[in-house]
Design a protein around this ligand. Structure first.
Ligand code: BJW
Ligand code: ZN
Length: 248
């Protein structure tokens, strides 16, 4: 596996919430602890929930935004930066596709990240569409209003039933189709269309690798399923690439 990674002309890595777990960011399905325990994430992450109770949904995202800003990238994020530099340094292609909305990959130093589900750190006016970076503390007003038109502002994430950012899935699928190695890391592989990318890579003939703390619907389909934490397994993979040991 290490040798294939070392030889690959093109590598695509797709991450999910598990990649940020060791930074202390709760995974999507764990994001409702404490006061939020009585809510169902499937019911908060929808346009219908926002239409019904914008304040409740805003408070949930506001909390998660503040927590994401307080978190630091972990050893898994850092290993992916090193992998990207290594592959690009020898003229290869490296594409990082993430479902995460916390921007920790970018803060670690990854470049060209394709964000399939948008980000918590940009909010958008539902009336005029104006977008603004939101990287301060908690919201001053709930729900926050647009400075230009007074409309409600919503987090710039992709909710269930909404289209992904224009071109993001298309770009990810093109890279998955042509890559030599596709890695799916820390994702439950149940949310589509992201969960279908591993199949695009398999059809394209790629070697596929999963890193996950638990089995997922993708586990039985990948070439190598590595059970464990991404913050431990990824640095070990990169260490082996760097020391040139290809016996794993
Ligand atoms: C570790 C670890 C450690 C923990 N190390 N691992 C086909 C079939 C069936 C349904 C559909 C389909 N196509 C579309 C649908 C509907 C729907 C869908 O997929 N539903 C399924 C749930 C059934 N999809 C959509 O609605 C999508 N839109 C769409 O299809 O639009 C069509 C359209 C076209 C044109 C016009 C209009 C519409 C949109 C999906 C958007 C998903 N959005 C969310 C919320 C984002 C904002 C927010 O964060 O609140 O994205 S949902 C949520 O799930 C979030 C995540 O990015 C996403 C994936 O979650 P992820 O990353 O897998 O996290 P978890 O928590 O589920 O799992 C963590 C994993 O990590 C676990 O496996 C752990 O074991 C592991 N782990 N610690 C390694 N240290
Ligand atoms: Zn506006």
């Amino acid at each position: 596996m290490i040798e294939a990674l070392d030889r690959a002309e093109s590598i695509v890595v797709m991450t999910g919430a598990g990649a940020s777990a060791e930074s202390g960011v709760p995974t999507f399905r764990d994001a409702l602890t404490g006061l939020w325990a009585k809510y169902d994430p499937m019911e908060l992450a929808t346009p219908q929930a926002f239409a019904r109770d914008a304040e409740l949904v805003t408070r949930w995202y506001d909390r998660r935004r503040v927590d994401a800003l307080a978190a630091q990238p972990n050893a898994g994020h850092e290993a992916l930066v090193r992998m990207q530099r290594r592959v690009e340094g020898r003229g290869g292609r490296f594409t990082l596709v993430t479902q995460n909305v916390d921007r920790l990959h970018q803060r670690a130093g990854s470049t060209g990240v394709i964000e399939l589900h948008g980000t918590l750190l940009r909010w958008r006016c539902v009336r005029c569409g104006e977008e603004r970076d939101e990287s301060g503390g908690a919201m001053a007003s709930l729900p926050p209003v647009c400075a230009s038109c007074g409309g409600a502002r919503r987090p710039g994430v992709v909710w269930f039933g909404e289209a992904l950012p224009e071109g993001a899935m298309e770009r990810a699928a093109i890279e998955a189709e042509r890559c030599d190695v596709f890695m799916t890391i820390g994702t439950s592989s149940v949310v589509y269309p992201a969960a279908g990318l591993v199949d695009v890579a398999i059809r394209g003939g790629a070697m596929t690798v999963e890193i996950n703390a638990e089995a997922t619907p993708a586990t039985g389909r990948v070439t190598h399923a590595l059970a464990g934490r991404s913050g431990e397994i990824l640095p070990e993979i990169v260490r082996r690439l760097e020391v040139g040991r290809h016996d794993a």
